[in-house]
Design a protein around this ligand. Structure first.
Ligand code: ATP
Length: 361
């Protein structure tokens, strides 16, 4: 089940001469059968163009796309057996839910009881079987998107392509549907390629993520790898909040800033001959407030605290660093060690195993 997608040296140039823009700039990528694969990146990074080349809506300038070894680089969309779900649902308003889902089967000349059974099964998979006779206008946005998913999946596509499918929905529904879509895609066994600019969506749903910038993949890996071991400043900042600190290497696993020295055990794997100046990323949740003078902590002054209920965000001034962001779970709870006010001196501790050296890019 599922199709392997192999992409080699893929390029798409829009326009000519001076106005030419390389929207996709030499992408090499293999997506494994049954994988739920995310293309993530800021606006204009080329993710939609890449998805549309996989679908066959855009003809590549250079390079190759193969499905299970078969070259489909210049094959039209209807020769690729892909199912596509768009941000705008794109359901036909004059047809019922069942007729919308049946459409692709009619095109493929599947009729009668066989077709009706496939429609029922597809609607059941997205829990919309009770709504088969309604029209799209009588459904909520989330329900319409489920129907669009059933319509894309009913043809049993080799590859399922999703283009920002949740971005028209409100935050609560987006959250609910994330789990649902992951469940449906994994249960179907289809290889799925999903485009989004929402890092939370990608982190919570993906098997693997390719993070794109200016038409190139800057890092590829599981959500955990990308979040916990970003290779560059861009990746660290794109995937959530972080503290970026320029430090000097004082010893194999020790860094120094004006405020003092701190441990960074991951530096052990780094080449010692690299320059003494080093840029590191430490997530706010891997940084904590401590009593002043606690071993392993640096001393700073609390600038402000934003209380958010389950968490608090503290901002601390530390000599030689940008303001340090600290996330505290269950703030003012019984395990909270200190309750400083703005202006108070505090200790700041970076978890030594969570200090990640990154390229400055
Ligand atoms: P978004 O999240 O905003 O949709 P994206 O990452 O999907 O962005 P693309 O739509 O793939 O980005 O566009 C990549 C680049 O190619 C952009 O600079 C865009 O302006 C350009 N581009 C896309 N389509 C065309 C086109 N038909 N003609 C000319 N330039 C295009």
């Amino acid at each position: 089940m599922g199709t392997r997608i192999e992409i080699n040296k893929l390029v798409k140039v829009f326009g000519q001469g001076q106005a030419a823009a390389r929207a996709v700039d030499g992408i090499d990528l293999t997506i494994e059968p049954g994988e739920l694969f995310f293309l993530l990146g800021p606006s204009g990074c080329g993710k939609t163009t890449l998805l549309r080349m996989i679908a066959g809506f855009i003809d590549p300038t250079e390079g190759r796309i193969a499905f299970d070894g078969k070259n489909v680089t210049h094959a039209p969309p209807n020769k690729r057996n892909t199912g596509m779900v768009f941000q705008s649902y794109a359901l036909w308003p004059h047809m019922t839910v069942a007729q919308n889902v049946a459409f692709g089967l009619n095109v493929r000349k599947i009729a009668g009881e066989k077709r009706d059974k496939m429609v029922r099964q597809a609607l059941a998979a997205v829990q919309m079987d009770k709504y088969a006779e309604r029209r799209p206008t009588q459904l909520s946005g989330g329900q319409q998107q489920r129907v669009a998913l059933a319509r894309a999946m009913v043809i049993n596509p080799d590859v399922l392509l999703l283009d920002e499918p949740l971005s028209n929905l409100d935050a609560k529904l987006r959250n609910d549907l994330r789990h649902e879509i992951r469940r449906i895609c994994k249960a179907s066994g289809n290889t799925t390629v999903y485009v989004t600019h929402d890092q939370k969506e990608a982190l919570s749903m993906a098997d693997r993520i390719a993070l794109l910038r200016d038409g190139k993949i800057v890092q590829l890996g599981s959500p955990r790898e990308l979040y916990r071991s970003p290779k560059s400043r861009f990746v660290a900042e794109f995937l959530g909040e972080t503290n970026l600190i320029k430090a000097e290497r004082a010893a194999t696993t020790t860094l120094r800033v004006e405020a003092g020295a701190f441990e960074a055990t991951r530096l052990r794997d780094q080449d010692q001959s690299e320059s003494k100046q080093i840029l590191v990323s430490v997530r706010p949740e891997a940084t904590s407030l401590t009593p002043v003078g606690e071993p392993g902590s640096l001393q700073g002054a609390l600038l402000e605290t934003t209380y958010l209920g389950e968490t608090a965000q503290h901002l601390v001034e530390l000599q030689g660093c940008p303001p340090i962001k600290i996330a505290e779970m269950n703030p003012f709870g019984s395990s909270s060690r200190i309750h400083p006010e703005p202006g108070d001196l505090v200790g700041v501790r970076f978890d030594p195993g969570e200090v990640v050296p990154v390229e400055a890019d």
